[in-house]
Design a protein around this ligand. Structure first.
Ligand code: IPE
Ligand code: IPE
Ligand code: MG
Length: 257
């Protein structure tokens, strides 16, 4: 007999979250936006702990988008400081818990100090094999696809690849998320119902869950609700219900490209 956690972790290998609503959380309390981002970092810690408990193997968090560069300079600086604080305060715990840190996004735009801290964090945790915690930073789905296409085009121009060899699998292998399974479930907090340029390629068949809860209030209860809803969904991947019931023991992800 599988425990409920084992059943869930077989179905939910990869959880992706758009962490939204920090500013509104602070505003509702008459606090500066910074306070919301600080509490947001606590919600990240709770979420990582819960994923470890549930046996989810990949957790990808949208922490800073390519469009967020347009926010006021002091807010951007605050977010970068919080990121550095998070990395240094969580390092030991990540190592102890088998958490592997990974970063996706256009890193070149990040400051040297942030880039260095990220590389160090990734290097130090590279043997973590319980949970891959991916932070999407300076990340935009369109930008990620453009960078992958550029890499492939260079290989074609240099004669290492023919255009015919380019297929979905090869494009996927050149995305920042290479080697990861696609997200099974996407959660967005704060009541907004949009993707905001997150994982455009990878979310093709993710189940979507939206909640009004603001990110700083997010935690175990909300994850429980989201995973309950997720487990009631039938993921069909374009097939008929009948086709699915005959192979219901396999993870249903189909490589459709
Ligand atoms: C999410 O909260 C954090 C980031 C986007 C960096 P917001 O800062 O977007 O909070 P709201 O949407 O203004 O409430
Ligand atoms: C999406 O949130 C980006 C992150 C959570 C990092 P935003 O608050 O930037 O998204 P929009 O502007 O509401 O679409
Ligand atoms: Mg927002």
């Amino acid at each position: 007999m599988m425990t409920p956690e084992q059943t869930l972790s077989a179905q939910l290998r990869h959880l992706a979250i758009i962490m939204d609503g920090n500013g509104r959380w602070a505003q509702q309390r008459g606090l500066p936006r910074l306070a919301g981002h600080q509490q947001g970092a606590e919600a990240v810690i709770r979420t990582v702990d819960e994923c470890l408990r549930l046996g989810v193997r990949y957790l990808t968090l949208f922490a800073f988008s390519s469009e967020n560069w347009g926010r006021p300079e002091h807010e951007v600086a605050t977010l970068m400081e919080l990121l550095l604080k998070f990395l240094s305060s969580q390092r030991t715990k990540m190592l102890e818990n088998g958490v592997q840190l990974r970063v996706i996004g256009d890193r070149e735009r990040l400051s040297d100090a942030v880039q260095k801290a990220l590389y160090e964090g990734e290097k130090q945790t590279e043997t973590g094999d319980r949970l891959t915690l991916t932070l999407a930073l300076s990340y935009g789905g369109r930008n990620e696809i453009v960078r992958a296409v550029r890499t492939l085009a260079t290989k074609v121009a240099d004669g290492f690849l023919t255009p015919e060899q380019i297929d979905g699998a090869l494009l996927e292998a050149n995305l920042d998320t290479h080697g990861m399974p696609s997200p099974d479930l996407l959660i967005r907090t704060s009541g907004e119902m949009r993707i905001s340029n997150f994982l455009l390629w990878q979310l093709a068949y993710a189940e979507l869950y939206f909640t009004d809860t603001l990110w700083p209030d997010f935690g175990r209860d909300e994850i429980q609700r989201a995973t309950d809803v997720f487990q009631m969904r039938q993921r069909r991947f374009g097939l008929t219900e009948e086709q699915l019931t005959t192979k219901k023991n396999a993870h249903p992800e189909e490589k459709s490209h």
